[in-house]
Design a protein around this ligand. Structure first.
Ligand code: GLC
Ligand code: CA
Length: 545
């Protein structure tokens, strides 16, 4: 950008603790709204929809990466952390978005991706050019290979999207990448890496950004001492002894970040994406570190009362211990949408189901959405902050029928076309009933939408009091009005019912069973589905006060 930096804007009402019980709406920028008709969502598109988000009643938006990126992994391969992808806009556009959000008292969270850069980041290009042993290579993890001539990868570590976690460069060295080869891992023992990320945190904080979502926070510290030990990402140990994930040293990094975030008034918030075992996950959320960590337990749980209750109890206890508030999430850009998950038999392997082009049975769409509404309304009554992924307020299902030649997810490519990947939850949002992209833009989007998407559009749902959009709006408004304190009290309930009181004026009951139970006493504030004959029907949540 040229010219003077726009002064940072601030939200309408100052509140340093805004994040503790916020409703955070996740925007996946390329699929939200396309302002210039090139089929790709962009920053100005998001700005144009801020009034919609304000009406929905969210407290903050989290923007998945909008930085320059060759898009090897949907933007999680960042070529420049302090700029905007020209296809998505400019820094001025981001300033405008922040100002528009703040004018509606909506906070802005941006995504930081510290585990790896893009292979097109200037650092990685310099590393390739400079050769073995150079300071440029020392920002990444370059090693000699195994075998007689170094022709084998240094270890048998496997990358998240499949294949070896090492890729060889023409001069014979190998570099480490926990994700795609286009995402080389940074070496966080290098002080230059620390300094650069602190620069990035200040860069966005100076522009008025209120918080950061930290990608793969549990991956930054690695044990690279030989002999390389095997990693077990699926079942990480509780003592931090895995060589690649959730090691104790990672916490020193985030203590450093906290010092930077606390330079601001109010201090900038941060949330860790740390797929660590629950008791260790909360360590990232300590007030001396990021402050919050995603809790993906419910996102991974079946629609089951015991699972929900156990998970809620455990997470509330753990967050109290860590001094953070809990976080709750059912859907994001990495998983099959929850309306779809709940419409499939419980033991469905969703990867395998997607490969069948899953628009055929056994998916029961109405049933899935009915349960999703019940689960979401339960979630919104919980103490802590809640994350809503764009489109779940429209009751969207996974778009399972994307033609294979149009799939973009590196999981699809790296798995040798055996895992379909995450594109099905990333298709553009339907805003209108008709039009070439249902109001997303003026032309068909780069990732095609299902033909029946118009029926789930904002336009179709906005004035229907029974729609999922109306339910979300009412839930967020009611929550905002009633929410105080960060506690809940479990209530005595019939089997299959999970009931708790936030306080006398606000109780939530979810009937996970299939037969109706008596409606609890009190005035009905909101229900996830129709109530009949004074009963709480199966798979329905009701709030009473
Ligand atoms: C996180 C992101 C995911 C991305 C990965 C690598 O898990 O949520 O979308 O592919 O990190 O950056
Ligand atoms: Ca565009």
């Amino acid at each position: 950008m040229t010219g003077p930096r726009t002064p940072a804007s601030t939200p309408a009402t100052p509140d340093a603790q805004w994040w503790r019980q916020a409703v955070v709406y996740q925007v996946y920028p390329r699929s939200f709204a396309d302002s210039n008709g090139d089929g790709l969502g962009d920053v100005a598109g998001i700005t144009s929809r801020v009034p919609y988000l304000a009406e929905l009643g969210v407290d903050a938006i989290w923007l998945s990466p909008f930085f320059p990126s060759p898009l090897a992994d949907g933007g999680y391969d960042v070529a420049d952390y302090r700029d905007v992808d020209p296809r998505l806009g400019t820094l001025d556009d981001v300033d405008e978005l922040i100002a528009a959000a703040h004018a509606h008292d909506i906070r802005v969270i941006v995504d930081v991706v510290p585990n790896h850069t893009s292979d097109e980041h200037e650092w990685f290009r310099a590393a390739l050019a400079a050769g073995p042993g150079s300071p440029e290579r020392a920002r990444y993890v370059f090693r000699e290979g195994a075998g007689v001539d170094g022709e084998l990868p240094p270890s048998d570590w496997v990358a998240n999207f499949g294949g070896s976690a090492w890729t060889r460069v023409p001069d014979g060295q190998w570099y480490l990448h926990l994700f795609a080869p286009e995402q080389p891992d940074l070496d966080w023992t290098n002080p230059e890496v620390h300094a650069d990320f602190e620069h990035t945190l200040r860069f966005w904080s100076d522009r008025g950004v209120d918080g950061f979502r930290v990608d793969v926070a549990h991956g930054l510290a690695k044990d690279l001492l030989e002999p390389y030990r095997p990693s077990n990402e699926q079942a990480l140990p509780l003592d931090g002894s895995d060589p690649l994930y959730d090691r104790d040293e990672v916490h020193e990094i985030f203590e450093g970040w906290r010092r930077v975030l606390d330079e601001y008034d109010p201090p900038r918030a941060a949330i860790a994406e740390a797929w660590a075992p629950a008791p260790r996950r909360v360590l990232y959320a300590r007030p001396t570190e990021l402050g919050q960590a995603f809790n993906f337990d419910l996102l991974e749980a079946p629609f089951d009362p015991t699972a929900f209750r156990t998970i809620i109890e455990r997470n509330l206890a753990m967050s109290e211990e860590s001094g953070a508030s809990s976080t709750w999430v059912l859907s994001n850009h990495d998983v099959v949408r929850h309306a779809t998950r709940y419409g499939l038999p419980d033991d469905t392997d969703t990867d395998a189901w997607l490969m069948t082009d899953g628009f055929t049975p056994p998916l029961d769409r109405d049933h899935g959405l009915h349960r999703a509404r019940a689960a979401s309304l339960l979630l919104f009554a919980l103490p802590g902050s809640t994350y809503t992924y764009q489109g779940e307020e429209l009751g969207l299902h996974e778009a399972a029928a994307i033609p294979r030649e149009l799939l973009q997810d590196p999981k699809w490519i790296r798995s040798g076309h055996t895992v379909k990947g995450r594109d099905g939850c990333r298709v553009p949002i339907p805003w209108t009933v008709d039009g070439p992209s249902f109001g997303f833009g003026d032309v068909p989007p780069q990732l095609p939408q299902p033909e029946d998407f118009g029926a789930s559009s904002v336009e179709a749902l906005a004035d229907d009091p029974t729609s999922t959009l109306s339910l979300y709006r009412a839930a967020f408004a009611t929550r905002r009005q009633l929410q105080r304190g960060e506690h809940l009290t479990w209530l005595d309930t019939p089997e299959h019912v999970v009931g708790f009181a936030r306080h006398d004026g606000w109780r939530s009951y979810t009937n996970f069973g299939t037969s109706p139970v008596a409606l609890p006493d009190g005035d009905v504030l909101l229900a996830s589905g129709p109530l009949t004959d004074g009963m709480l029907p199966g798979e329905t949540t009701v709030w009473v006060g």
